[in-house]
Ligand binder design. Structure first.
Ligand code: ADP
Length: 626
């Protein structure tokens, strides 16, 4: 990508194609939000200061003769120039290219794909994909970044007009850190004003924990929001702080502010976003809590403060009881961290419980966005499992449009119902058309409807709820009693056994067994999982993960009151060699597979259906005498 020239001269680089596209999008689609350039630059400067500060905790020589960490902004109202300087960690020659010359390319193309044209949505995306620096090209036609890394004697200047290319050249710079400078473009001259800059800083960056000097005057409070008296903090302060720490552009769903004295001393603000960042569905992501000790920043994404299933929570924790020298290794083992963590998890769960009880609409919208994280918690967080199970919600045959809890189900269970029944399926229609549900519908037994693949793992993980076992209705071992009515016009025992034996011969290895069904009311047959085997949904997932996965065999259940089954029995008695008999049995089996979504090869099903239809129409024409 580069055209290298001799040392000490200017090197020219081309941006990747995607990058130019991105710059174009940012500068054009987010035009009405131009003021965020300042927030992004301050945020980067503050990160750079945090990094040098953190390194200095273990090596106090690092700060050298420039120990006062701060951000300086200079501007000239007449010349319309602007610069922002930090004495943070700085960037080397290669880091300049890597950090602001390229964007992690997978992220970029993903970003471009997701651009919607809706300004607010696109703003959110910018934050999430970390393309903040480039927002500066909304207000400037040409930008320079002068930087010297803390462990390099050489300094470099990066220059670009934000279109096709950028250049890098060596410069003299006697101190570590970074200066970004530019002249405001024609349309952005309003920003070259003390009032304007001050008000933007107040809005977005008041809580940056380093002083921000504006033409030598300090403008921000730089008091940590969490350390301030709750009564003095306005709703907007929390919202802006949330946007600042989470890179979000929308408001959070809720927040909690703690000031705890015992058993450990700490202050914390936690935020629940309105919706999860899509990247969060990746299980390997750390939780999003920033750790401070006595107001000093220690680390981002501190993973020991919350269990992984709570990785959608953003916030800060600042403790007096930890040592300033904590490192990643020591936070892990610290009993102080453990106590803080327990406290926060308890409070978060209590908040969810409060919504679930008192504000069901809020809980329903929370569940819609974050239900899968709660499910993950049920599966992985043993110490909170019981509480999380109470937070579980799903639909059911009795309540197809309103979420219910296991408690709701349990409370309206019939006195002699011994088990809690559930069924997994893609959607309500598929579930309600499944033969397996007939018995339950007829006997008015409620069945939980589970639409999510993760539910297949969660149900066995819950196991029993208040001593009632959770049972999938497609399990062979289900406890149901046969209805007398059904038995009345069923096939006789001998005929039934003869037919079942024949079906077993025809299907052979394809099925585990063929038995009489107690659960079917109308349908001719169904497939169920043998005892302790996986259900159809879970099998589908296994197949997705492992191409060679064979799957377990199903048990075929036959409804001997069904008139088609009775016809087959009559054909078997009168004309056992008739090929129609075999065709019908294979058709029944493949039809049942199709219904549960596990028929891999439909190539025989269709010609066989046509053959059977041919016979039926021949007979019909004969019967009406044509
Ligand atoms: P993000 O900050 O979300 O990573 P940016 O586009 O704003 O994305 O910045 C890209 C990278 O450039 C940063 O991650 C950081 O490594 C580097 N960078 C930007 N500004 C500075 C600065 N003032 N000092 C040191 N590094 C910086």
């Amino acid at each position: 990508m580069s055209k290298q020239t001799k040392k000490n001269e200017v090197e020219e680089f081309q941006f990747q194609a995607e990058m130019s596209q991105l710059l174009h999008l940012i500068t054009h689609s987010l035009y009405s939000h131009r003021e965020i350039f300042l927030r992004e630059l301050i945020s980067n400067a503050s990160d750079a200061l945090n990094k040098i500060h953190f390194s200095s905790l273990t090596n106090d020589k690092i700060l050298g003769d420039d120990p006062e960490l701060k951000i300086q902004i200079q501007f000239d109202e007449k010349k319309k120039t602007f610069s922002i300087t930090d004495n943070g960690i700085g960037m080397t020659h290669d880091e300049l290219i890597k950090n602001i010359g390229t964007i992690a390319s997978s992220g970029t193309s993903e970003f471009i794909k997701q651009i919607t044209g809706d300004k607010n949505k696109d703003m959110e995306l910018i934050g999430k994909f970390g393309v903040g620096f480039y927002s500066v090209f909304m207000v400037a036609d040409e930008v320079s970044v002068e930087s010297r890394s803390f462990d390099d004697k050489k300094a470099y200047k990066w220059t670009s007009a934000g279109t096709g290319s950028f250049s890098i050249e060596p410069i003299e710079k006697d101190k570590r850190g970074t200066t970004i400078s530019f002249k405001f473009n024609k349309d952005s001259q309003e920003f070259a004003s003390k009032f304007k800059i001050e008000s933007i800083i107040k809005k977005y960056s008041d809580f940056v924990s380093f002083p921000i000097e504006l033409n030598e005057e300090i403008t921000n409070k730089s008091t940590a929001l969490w350390a301030r008296d709750k009564k003095e903090i306005k709703k907007e302060d929390y919202i802006e702080f949330y946007k600042y720490i989470s890179n979000a552009y929308d408001e959070p769903l809720s927040w909690q502010h703690f000031n705890v004295e015992a058993p450990v001393q700490f202050k914390s603000i936690l935020f629940i976003p309105k919706e999860p960042d899509r990247q969060l569905f990746n299980q390997n992501l750390d939780t999003k809590i920033m750790l401070y000790v006595k107001r000093v920043f220690i680390q981002n994404d501190c993973k020991d403060l919350l269990p992984q299933w709570l990785r959608f929570v953003h916030g800060v924790v600042d403790s007096e009881d930890l040592s300033l020298n904590v490192s990643r290794e020591t936070t892990q083992k610290s009993p102080v961290m453990d106590k803080i963590s327990k406290y926060l998890v308890k409070k978060l769960i209590a908040e969810f419980q409060k919504w679930a009880e008192k504000d069901q609409d809020k809980y329903a919208s929370f569940w819609k966005e974050f239900g899968n994280f709660i499910k993950e918690g049920i599966h992985t967080d043993f110490s909170n499992k019981d509480k999380l199970i109470e937070l579980y919600r799903c639909y059911s045959s009795e309540s197809p449009d309103k979420l219910i809890s296991l408690m709701d189900y349990k409370n309206r269970m019939g006195v002699d119902q011994e088990e809690i029944y559930f069924v997994c399926g893609k959607n309500k229609d598929i579930i309600e058309n499944s033969p397996n549900i007939e018995y339950f519908r007829k006997n008015k037994i409620e069945v939980l409807y589970l639409f999510d693949e993760i539910d297949d793992f969660i149900m066995p993980s819950i196991g029993t709820y208040q001593k009632k076992k959770l049972v999938g209705i497609d399990k062979a071992e289900i406890k149901i009693s046969e209805s007398e009515e059904n038995k009345k016009d069923a096939l006789g025992k001998a005929d039934q056994e003869k037919l079942l034996g024949y079906i077993k011969d025809i299907l052979g290895e394809k099925v585990e067994d063929v038995i009489e069904s107690k659960r079917l009311v109308d349908s001719a047959c169904t497939l169920v999982s043998p005892k302790d085997e996986m259900n159809a949904n879970m099998e589908k997932m296994m197949k997705m993960m492992d191409k060679n996965y064979q799957g377990s065999k199903r048990v075929m259940e036959i409804n001997s009151s069904n008139s088609l089954i009775k016809n087959l029995s009559s054909i078997q008695n009168k004309s056992p060699q008739d090929p129609l008999l075999k065709d019908c049995i294979e058709q029944l089996y493949e039809g049942a597979r199709l219904l549960e979504g596990s028929l891999n090869d439909p190539s025989r099903l269709v010609p066989r259906t046509n053959q059977i239809m041919q016979k039926a129409t021949d007979l019909y024409l004969k019967s009406i005498g044509s």
